[in-house]
Design a binder for this molecule. Structure first.
Ligand SMILES: [Zn+2]
Length: 241
């Protein structure tokens, strides 16, 4: 997103909460906007929660906040302790995807949340993108694969959300991204390369990734690793929270 439109977007976000208000009590929101804004700080992390949907289920909101404070510090600890200390969630009826993350701001589609109330670990996936903080142009399939791997490994409600890594099927490729790549990463971890996700994540963040890195870290090329996986894809124990 170009800088100008982002700052314009941010100024829109900030507008409802910044009328001149000398009193100790927060000023009431303007009548014409239904947006609510909460900010809380725990465990050294600040979460600003903006909802532009007046019908957002308060239970869903609370579960998203709880998931953030359960998962984000763990993601930070495992992958990137220097990740952003302040994260903003925006529940935005104008956003039509499921969720998307840019510059520390996660936008969620309230219709998706309403129709999939157990899909709380959409939070886990999205905030991992903040922890990743990869430079622009990073490998999409591996970025999404690591985010879904993290949702698998650190998620809080995958079982109730009926979210699973799919069984291997012929014709898949590691570049299929998301859950297919995530399952491959989980398999690698359990089949001789327990640090591989951390190593790839760190390299991507440092702009030091290259395809040769797989060989340097494992002694096998990426294609050889994939072949080993496809020869024995069930040799992985998967457990979901
Ligand atoms: Zn993603």
């Amino acid at each position: 997103m170009p800088g100008l439109s982002l700052s314009f977007f941010l100024s829109l976000l900030a507008a409802p909460t910044s009328p001149p208000a000398p009193a100790a009590l927060p000023a009431p929101l303007p009548q014409q906007t239904a947006a609510t804004r909460d900010s809380l700080t725990k465990k050294g992390y600040t979460l600003v929660f903006i909802s532009k949907d007046p019908d957002l289920n308060p239970t869903t909101k609370q579960r998203m906040i709880d998931a953030f404070y359960t998962v984000y510090p763990k993601e930070a600890k495992r992958f990137n302790p220097n990740t952003l200390k302040k994260v903003t969630f925006v529940v935005d009826p104008e956003y039509k995807g499921v969720a998307a993350t840019h510059n520390g701001i996660v936008r969620y589609n309230p219709t998706w949340l309403r129709e999939h109330p157990e899909d709380i670990d959409v939070v886990t996936h999205e905030v991992m993108h903040i922890v990743q903080g990869y430079p622009g142009g990073s490998l999409g399939w591996l970025t999404e694969g690591i985010a879904d791997y993290t949702r698998y490994a650190l998620g809080v409600n995958n079982q109730a959300g009926k979210w699973k890594l799919p069984d291997y099927k012929e014709g898949q490729s590691y570049t299929n991204s998301y859950r297919i790549t995530a399952r491959f990463l989980a398999w690698l971890e359990q089949n001789g390369y327990p640090k591989i996700v951390n190593e790839m994540d760190a390299a991507l963040r440092a702009h030091a990734y290259s395809p040769e890195l797989w060989q340097q870290k494992t002694g096998k090329t990426l294609d050889e690793l994939w072949t080993a996986y496809t020869a024995n894809p069930t040799a992985v124990k998967l457990a979901y929270k």
